[in-house]
Design a protein around this ligand. Structure first.
Ligand code: HEC
Ligand code: HEC
Length: 264
């Protein structure tokens, strides 16, 4: 048993020791923060972007550094996951990028404001968060998700009507490009063509080359590189094969016209 005095010493000593440890760790944290946040990279664009972020209550729907609301995606690594070019198009007309799904607010930001928001999010993405957000990153989850889409009929016998592969949705192609009468609204602003008859303009290999790295084929293009961001290398091949398979002239014999009389 402790005497009264021993108990007092034990209590005060223990408190002092742990308060000391607490102080040291607090000071240590504060000394490390400027390096982890890359404080030197906080440019005027980053500050302007943060003001836009706050005044529009983006956190009412999103989380950043894990803080905020859980309605919409976590945005800490969004620049790394999506790429700046994609984000520029997305923020301009968000609902168009995910036709028919839940909607992000259309803010009517100017191009400069969009650049500021992206600068802010890019800076956030570079903050050393000791491994947050946890793996697997959003892009892998998005790819695994695969939301199937229906097919809307369009006029004319060509190109062939075939169900649109899920990768057009998960890869966000459908936000920019119209395909089988669906989507394309986000890309209309930057001249993304419908892809139904791309087989007339590009061979399978050219399509693969293009999707793999658009800027390598056409340096001033507005199509972002999506490999490693929204699609995998294997999906590039899948997409190219599907796009050329829409050509009725080279379609496999199994796609020959069905017998005229169809049972009702
Ligand atoms: C009313 C809720 C809401 C608010 C407020 C909101 N967003 Fe969103 N945001 C969404 C939803 C929902 C999505 C998911 C994409 C979709 O389905 O359209 C999204 C997606 C995004 C994405 C793309 C994420 C990805 O990986 O695809 C970015 C970037 C983004 N929002 C930025 C912002 C910024 C910046 C603000 C504030 C200026 C903001 N959002 C405010 C709901 C919101
Ligand atoms: C942010 C918008 C955007 C997204 C997302 C996007 N594209 Fe594009 N794409 C464009 C634009 C703009 C062009 C026209 C580029 C040019 O000529 O500079 C284009 C061109 C193309 C072309 C060449 C078209 C032609 O007629 O020669 C193909 C093929 C293509 N995209 C496929 C895809 C696929 C597949 C995806 C999804 C993995 C995709 N794109 C996602 C904007 C986009």
């Amino acid at each position: 048993m402790l005497t009264k005095l021993q108990a007092k010493v034990f209590f005060l000593g223990g408190t002092a020791v742990f308060f000391g440890i607490f102080l040291v760790l607090t000071i240590d944290t504060h000394l490390k923060v400027p390096f982890q946040t890359n404080a030197k990279d906080i440019t005027s664009a980053v500050i302007a972007g943060k003001r836009i972020w706050e005044s529009n209550n983006c956190m009412g729907c999103h989380t950043l550094f894990g803080e905020g609301a859980y309605y919409a995606p976590e945005l800490t690594k969004v620049v790394e996951n999506r790429g700046k070019d994609w984000l520029k198009v997305f923020i301009k007309n968000p609902a168009a990028m995910f036709p028919g799904q839940r909607k992000m607010v259309h803010y009517n930001f100017t191009d400069e404001q969009i650049d500021h928001v992206i600068a802010f999010l890019e800076w956030c993405g570079r903050v050393d968060l000791n491994g947050f957000p946890a793996e697997p990153p959003l892009r892998d989850a998005l790819q695994a998700m695969g939301t199937p889409t229906g097919v809307v009929a369009s006029n004319g016998p060509t190109p062939l009507q075939k169900p649109v592969p899920a990768v057009f949705t998960t890869g966000t192609c459908i936000g920019c490009h119209q395909i089988q009468g669906q989507g394309g609204a986000a890309g209309a602003l930057i001249g993304a063509p419908p892809l139904d008859d791309v087989f007339r303009r590009k061979t399978r290999d050219q399509i693969i080359e293009w999707i793999s790295d658009p800027a390598k084929v056409k340096p001033d293009t507005k199509m972002p590189k999506l490999v490693g961001i929204a699609i995998t290398d294997a999906q590039v091949i899948e997409i190219a094969d599907w796009l050329v398979s829409l050509n009725p002239e080279t379609a496999a014999p199994t796609a020959a016209p069905a017998p005229a009389a169809q049972p009702k």
